[in-house]
Design a protein around this ligand. Structure first.
Ligand code: NAD
Ligand code: 0WE
Length: 257
């Protein structure tokens, strides 16, 4: 049987066909899940067009994760349409561009606030919204996407590294808080992939080149590989795993030089 047969999942963070969240949506749908997709304003057309390629037409809702009213509306509509929720994929991240170009010591209060709000706090808000809908199903699984810049310094990743550190700590605290309700919370730390979030980042091709040279597998990872790991965390095979950050990076993190 397909691993997510009859499961309902909310997927936040699809912008276009290169989005990691879109690879996860496709993989989850292929495993029998009914997905609910959200879009950030300007991506409405893109997401609605992509959704036409899924086996079952999904509920598609607007969601800016900085807006509590939109978060409430998303879970209210999922409750109406599906009556419960089995998994959530969180793939939203943002730092104002100037924070990724100026020296880290110049990080502004406003840039810090925005980056941590969108990239880390939003997981907590989504977990809170999901909790009653998952409890109605006897449990659930949440996962987010992170990057090694949370633990180590990468030039220009800057405040996003701080946000990812907060995100990973939030995964552990949420896992402890929601575990008694049989709700698991995990992250996948993906290696660098040329998505929209990577477009226009100075020297991104260099980053990919260094991974190809040094990672144990001597290559970068693809969104489909992140999606396969996500199926493990979201589905029955991952039932004993919570509070974990799973590295899907061709082994890059183990290398010292
Ligand atoms: P992407 O640009 O396709 O996805 C980022 C998403 O964040 C977009 O869909 C965007 O709409 C959404 N977003 C930003 N601000 C938002 C807001 N206020 N409300 C709602 N949504 C908002 O790029 P991606 O690479 O697929 O990124 C997905 C996740 O993967 C991010 O958390 C990113 O940090 C993480 N990640 C990416 C890489 C990489 O190299 N591409 C590596 C590791 C982790
Ligand atoms: O998490 C990310 C990137 C997230 C991101 C991207 C942008 C670009 C456009 C957040 N905010 C913005 N703001 C914008 O204005 N990644 C893991 C990809 C990434 O980004 C880097 C990287 C890698 C890897 C930035 C600098 C160095 C390495």
């Amino acid at each position: 049987m397909a691993s997510l047969e009859g499961k309902v999942g909310l997927i936040v963070g699809v912008a276009n066909k290169r989005s990691i969240a879109w690879a996860i949506a496709q993989a989850a749908s292929a495993e029998g899940a009914q997905v609910v997709l959200t879009y950030q304003g300007r991506f409405e057309e893109h997401v609605k067009e992509l959704a036409e390629g899924l086996a079952t037409p999904p509920l598609i809702l607007p969601l800016d994760v900085q807006d509590d009213a939109q978060i409430d509306a998303v879970f209210a509509q999922i409750g109406e349409r599906h009556g419960g929720l089995d998994f959530v994929v969180h793939g939203a991240a943002f730092a104002p561009r100037e924070e990724l170009t100026a020296p880290f010591v110049m990080t502004s209060r406003e840039g810090f606030r925005t980056s941590l709000d969108i990239s880390a706090y939003s997981l907590i808000a989504l977990a809170r919204g999901a909790k009653p809908l998952m409890a109605a199903r006897g449990g659930g699984s949440l996962m987010t996407l992170t990057y090694l810049g949370s633990q180590r310094v990468f030039p220009n990743y800057n405040v996003m590294g701080v946000a990812k550190a907060a995100l990973e700590a939030s995964v552990r605290y949420l896992a402890a808080d929601l575990g008694p309700d049989n709700i698991r919370v995990n992250a996948i730390s993906a290696g660098p992939i040329k998505t929209l979030a990577a477009a226009g980042i100075g020297g991104f091709s260099n980053i990919l080149g260094i991974v190809r040279e040094r990672a144990p597998l001597r290559r970068t990872v693809e969104t489909s590989e992140v999606a396969d790991a996500a199926l493990f965390l979201l589905g029955p095979a991952g039932r004993g795993v919570t509070g974990e950050v799973l590295m899907v990076d061709a082994g890059y993190h183990v290398v010292g030089m």
